[in-house]
Design a protein around this ligand. Structure first.
Ligand code: CP
Length: 306
């Protein structure tokens, strides 16, 4: 039976830390890994749009000496003719060694994994979770702060539909002394099931607020998110909520000097481009880290040791 990554809970804390260690070794010694996946093929099956996740997976496999195939929209695959996800996955598993898939329906990668015997990686399923973004975020936090414990992290924006938030809260809830601050409009609060599973069951305290300005001075990490237009049922609500939070240099005057500002991207309007010049802006480093952690993940799921 192949090992998959459908949800971040599929990996133990030790496995996550091993991946971070391998990713950091790849960053230091890229040549060592350049032929590690020679003659292996990665299929990227994206039924929903992506820039970073798909291209970082493809760049990761190419940098490991492997090759890539796949599609970037459902409309260019036989899904548009009515083929089921199960049949698509069964087909692709005849051509590739490992699959990364994104799908608008929650649970689709789990269902896909029942139809093949090669590793499946969830590259984002609807508003549910995004475990490879979480690995990217953990690597970034580890590189910026030197550890994964003992800090205050604020999650700001669309915490209801933001799948990257759900997965990261889950992962960080394993570590000691983390203060969680959730900053969102009332309508976009973190779902109850995430709070129950990741925080309440473990007795982890958290605070919820609607004010970014009030929360900002206490934060070591600020995780900004986009309001997820594609998950809204009506445009009126999206337009009303989309600019709830806009991070500007003026707002950062009251933030800590060693704050790290993360964002899974894409950004729409929630971080002013002027913030990019601030040394606390960490989101472009986060984009780079996404490739290295995905290289480590591909190696792990293919059972390749370097
Ligand atoms: N962070 C992220 O998932 O970005 P893409 O949608 O561009 O893949």
């Amino acid at each position: 039976m192949a090992r998959n990554l459908i949800d971040i809970v599929d990996f133990t804390t030790e496995e996550i830390e091993q991946l971070i260690a391998v990713a950091e070794d790849i960053i230091e010694n890229p040549v060592k890994y350049q032929d590690a996946c020679a003659h292996k093929q990665l299929a990227t099956l994206f039924f929903e749009p992506s820039t970073r996740t798909r291209l970082s997976f493809e760049s990761a496999m190419l940098s490991l000496g492997g090759s890539v195939l796949g599609f970037s929209s459902a409309s260019s695959s036989s899904t548009s003719k009515g083929e089921t996800v199960g049949d698509t996955i069964h087909t692709v598993s005849c051509y590739a060694d490992i699959i990364a898939m994104r799908h608008p329906k929650e649970g689709a990668p789990y269902a896909a994994a029942q139809h093949c015997d090669i590793p499946i990686i969830n590259a984002g399923d609807g508003g549910h979770c995004h475990p490879t973004q979480t690995l990217t975020d953990l690597l970034t936090i580890h590189r910026e702060k030197g550890c994964l414990s003992g800090f205050t992290i604020g999650f700001c924006g669309d915490l209801k539909f933001g799948r990257t938030v759900h997965s990261l809260v889950n992962a960080l809830s394993r570590y000691e002394n983390i203060n969680f601050v959730f900053i969102s409009p009332e309508e976009l609060k973190l779902p109850r099931y995430v709070k129950e599973e990741a925080l309440k069951k473990k007795g982890i305290p958290y605070t919820q607020t609607t004010s970014l300005e009030e929360a900002l001075p206490q934060l070591d990490i600020l995780y900004m998110t986009r309001v997820q237009k594609e998950r809204f049922f009506n445009e009126e609500d999206y337009i009303r909520l989309k600019d709830s939070y806009i991070l500007t240099p003026e707002k950062l005057v009251h933030a800590k000097a060693d704050l790290s500002i993360l964002h899974p991207l894409p950004r729409v309007n929630e971080i002013s481009v002027a913030v990019d010049q601030d040394p606390r802006a960490t989101y472009w480093k986060q984009v780079k880290n996404g490739k290295f952690i995905r290289m480590a993940l591909i190696l792990k799921l293919l059972g390749i040791e370097v």
